[in-house]
Design a protein around this ligand. Structure first.
Ligand code: KG4
Ligand code: ZN
Length: 361
């Protein structure tokens, strides 16, 4: 039997059974990750090789270095994951991979590896959008969570408010019109002299600071649920330069705390308004910035006070990982959505909205 027939037969059997153990690969940025997850909810094994120490030398992710490091790390990371799960290559039921968005070279390493694995084993290949993966981290953390719900997705490249209508069905309610929240955190952290990626370090520093010490502008946007962080970022960077030029010290902890408060207030206010206006009872949080301590506290406080059920993954599942990709892939697979071997990396694809039938064999 050729690959198409074998993988289609396997997909049909899995859909009928309603069960699947999926091996997923994530290489969209600077983490080489692999995981095996059962039925979208239960992690059997997971491994991550982080490149952060290497990119920190350059103050940010160097795409060419990222691609090369993924190539080196992929085989050992997949083998480590299989070993931890007590499985051989033939045991997972399907192969999933992040096809975008992200760095094109980095994505291509994972997509090529996943295609080769799927082809060699005759298993269905499930393509996953990176943001859908972040949203799905909540299914791993909260086994009883089911759509509909609203999700605030905040990462290094995205700040989205998404309504999850059904598994795999999304409506984008709002997004940033310029910088992502993570990008703004990293930029301000750099001005404070913190190494890349500065977001988590700025967050830690802010815990010691007075968030009312510096008055930074609140963000303004046309769209009710949209974000814009570039004006705030520029104002904060300029404030630091002006203070230094006039010989005044920048009190780093107070500075970090005041900036963090401005970002978090905007994130929480708009996301909670979007959830309430759309009749949602649950709000979830996702993406690297979802590790932010103030964001977690404030979302729980503000959304909780409005009667919303608040869900968030532990920090380990907020940053890039393959468990979230495997979880998202399960619901795609059960809907019959798989890719052919013509699957390509898509560095700047939009989150699939509504019913999507993509590259279905
Ligand atoms: O989701 P992620 O791991 O990668 C992307 O898909 O972009 O997000 C990484 C981003 C970085 O900008 C990082 O600085 C930020 O998430 N981040 C944080 C925190 N932890 C990670 N930003 C603020 N506070 C944190 N605790
Ligand atoms: Zn991410």
């Amino acid at each position: 039997m050729n690959y198409l027939d074998r993988s289609l037969a396997q997909k049909k059997a899995l859909m009928e059974a309603g069960h699947a153990r999926i091996l997923a690969i994530e290489t969209s940025c600077d983490e080489t990750a692999c995981a095996i997850v059962e039925d979208g909810r239960r992690t059997l094994a997971a491994a991550v090789a982080s490149q952060i120490d290497m990119h920190a030398l350059y103050g940010g992710v160097v795409p060419e270095i990222a691609s090369r490091m993924h190539v080196e790390a992929l085989c050992p990371v997949v083998e480590q994951t299989l070993k931890e799960a007590g499985m051989g290559f033939a045991d997972p039921d399907a192969i999933a991979v992040t096809y975008g968005p992200g760095l094109v070279g980095a994505l291509l390493t994972g997509v090529s590896y996943a295609k080769a694995l799927a082809w060699a084993l005759g298993k269905p290949l499930v393509p996953v959008h990176h943001i859908e993966g972040h949203v799905s981290a909540n299914y791993l953390a909260c086994p009883d969570l089911a759509p509909p719900f609203c999700c605030l997705v905040v990462s290094g490249g995205h700040s989205h408010i998404v309504q999850v209508e059904r598994y795999g069905h999304y409506t984008l309610l709002g997004q940033t019109t310029d910088d992502a929240a993570g990008e703004a955190f990293d930029k301000v952290a750099r001005v404070l002299g913190l190494p890349y990626p500065g977001g988590p370090l700025l967050d830690k520093l802010a815990e010691e600071g007075d968030e009312y010490a510096y008055a930074f502008p609140r963000i303004r946007t046309q769209g009710r649920y949209d974000y814009s962080f570039s004006g705030l970022k520029t104002a904060v960077v300029n404030a630091a330069h002006n203070l230094r030029q006039s010989g005044e010290a920048v009190r780093a902890a107070d500075f970090a705390a005041s900036f963090r408060r401005a970002v978090v207030d905007a994130l929480v206010d708009k996301a909670v308004a979007a959830a309430l206006d759309h009749g949602m009872h649950t709000i979830a949080l996702a993406g690297g910035v979802a590790s932010n301590r103030l964001l977690r506290r404030e979302l729980a406080r503000v959304a909780g006070a409005k009667g919303l059920d608040v869900r968030m993954p532990p920090p380990r599942l907020c940053t890039d990982n393959a468990e979230m990709i495997a979880s998202a892939a399960f619901f795609r697979l059960m809907a019959g959505e798989t890719a052919t071997l013509s699957l390509n990396a898509q560095p700047s694809c939009r989150l699939p909205e509504g019913q999507t039938v993509r590259d279905r064999p």
